[in-house]
Design a protein around this ligand. Structure first.
Ligand SMILES: [Zn+2]
Length: 90
């Protein structure tokens, strides 16, 4: 069983969560000045890192809050978690 530590609920089975994608992508600062190519890259292009990666997860079967998870993609270890608008410990 893989456990994810929700900042509000504590450790829970990962089946309670859904993956929300790459948390390192930054929303365009001026959407009206963003070109179609930049929108394409923002929406569709993702890295496929080997090692530590920061992702959004949604505690959909729990408190329904969004969180950030730093996860090792090679071992699936959950390294740290934080609220989606918070900072992860290093
Ligand atoms: Zn929760």
């Amino acid at each position: 069983m893989l456990l994810i530590k929700c900042p509000w609920c504590g450790e829970r089975d990962m089946v309670e969560f859904t993956h929300g994608g790459d948390a390192t992508k930054v929303y365009p600062k001026d959407p009206n000045a963003t070109t179609s190519e930049e929108w394409h890259d923002f929406i569709y292009l993702r890295e496929n890192p080997c090692g530590e990666h920061v992702e959004y997860w949604h505690h959909v079967a729990g408190c329904r809050q969004w969180l950030k998870v730093r996860r090792d993609t090679t071992t699936h270890d959950i390294l740290t978690t934080a609220p989606a608008d918070g900072d992860l410990d290093t």
